[in-house]
Design a protein around this ligand. Structure first.
Ligand code: THU
Length: 160
């Protein structure tokens, strides 16, 4: 038996004020998108904003459903819209922010596994890394330079 170790790198900023100006702007767009979340069940609002190489910013928020699994996360709402509207655009970076209607969220909220898989698909489609910044409503901001850092051993098209 052999074993191997996978390492991953996440950068941490103390607050969004430490972000480069254009990233801070994208995070602010994610904040605004959060306000459009439809989250009557979880009371957990998530906003995602993506910068494309055509300079468009696509935003999305989580959209819930009384039949719980029919709802969709903010990241996938945004990325599928980006893919549908600009099929040839390259996604440069994604900013994600989450807040709760019940308590304050001050630590970074990473994208869920299904959203990581969806982002992985677009990274592989465009063959260029997507930077991912994620945070709560305040406090530290985490950054991964590529989705690969968040989803090692990803299932992708290479095995089909
Ligand atoms: N949610 C997202 O929008 N993105 C994630 O990556 C994690 C979870 C949403 C789904 C659901 O509406 C609520 O947060 C609670 O799970």
């Amino acid at each position: 038996m052999k074993s191997f170790t996978i390492t991953t790198t996440i950068e941490l900023f103390d607050s969004m004020d430490e972000l480069p100006a254009e990233v801070k702007e994208l995070m602010q767009a994610a904040f605004e998108a959060r306000d459009n979340a439809y989250a009557p069940y979880s009371k957990f609002n998530v906003g995602a904003a993506m910068l494309l190489d055509n300079n468009e910013v696509i935003t999305g928020s989580n959209q819930e459903n009384a039949s719980y699994p029919s709802g969709l996360c903010a990241e996938r709402t945004a990325i599928y819209y980006a893919g549908a509207k600009y099929p040839n655009a390259v996604i440069k970076r994604i900013a994600i922010s989450a807040t709760s209607q019940n308590h304050e969220i001050t630590s970074p909220i990473p994208p869920c596994g299904a959203c990581r898989q969806a982002i992985a698909e677009y990274e592989s489609k465009q063959n260029e890394p997507i930077e991912i910044y994620f945070m709560g409503e305040s406090g530290k901001v985490a950054k991964s330079n590529s989705l690969k850092e968040l989803l090692p051993l990803a299932f992708d098209r290479s095995v089909l």
